[in-house]
Design a protein around this ligand. Sequence first.
Ligand SMILES: O=C(CO)[C@@H](O)[C@@H](O)COP(=O)(O)O
Length: 251
Amino acid sequence: MTRTLADYPAEVQEAVARTREVVARLHAELPRWELIVWTAGNVSQRVQVDPAGPSADDLLVIKPSGVTYDELTPESMVVCDLDGNLVDGTRSPSSDTAAHAYVYTHMPEIGGVVHTHSTYATAWAARAEPVPCVLTMMADEFGGDIPVGPFALIGDDSIGRGIVETLRESRSPAVLMRNHGPFTIGKDAKTAVKAAVMVEEVARTVHISRQLGEPTRIPQDQVDSLYARYQNVYGQGSAAPAAANTKEQDA
Ligand SMILES: O=C(CO)[C@@H](O)[C@@H](O)COP(=O)(O)O
């Protein structure tokens, strides 16, 4: 029998409430970056049930199916277990819930999944052609080409299976599901949303470059070097900020 949210410990219920706020807020990023139209797309985040670590007992928070983005609120977010059973919510969960749940079940390190139909990435998906790694931004974020996943009908775990089989063998956090569109993954939903923004940006740039001629690939050793720097050093990276001046130093 499917548990309801009240059957979970208070700490899990509190984590679900926080995750509803996060997932509702991140859904607004999809229209903001023009990655979807109408009700297309969805964002989810894992809620870990066992403090010891991710497991098949975890929950996921995702948008309700077919609801326009201006109506999405934390309270409207739907909570499911990783078998796709409704745990809490007043509306039916996203039609991609099975795909998200499959990813969480088979990739325990993943905490967030996003699906969009962003124009340029989806155009590449329609041609079933990987986006070649010809930009330093691609090396940074994707560590190589952006792969294409198999054609899969919605309604069971086919899409999720295609995402996992493709991304398990790739450093990319994005997969172009053939004839469908991009799915992205990350350690949390915000990371997966960033990958969704970046896959559309590079798909557009490489498409435009192709109108001018054949883009030039970056050598693999350079891709590896760029990826390592970006993933480990870029931004606030590991380098501690310079210590603020102290009186002693000024003295
Ligand atoms: O692409 C699909 C299904 O894979 C769309 O229906 C999806 O973008 C939006 O569906 P939901 O509103 O999340 O049920």
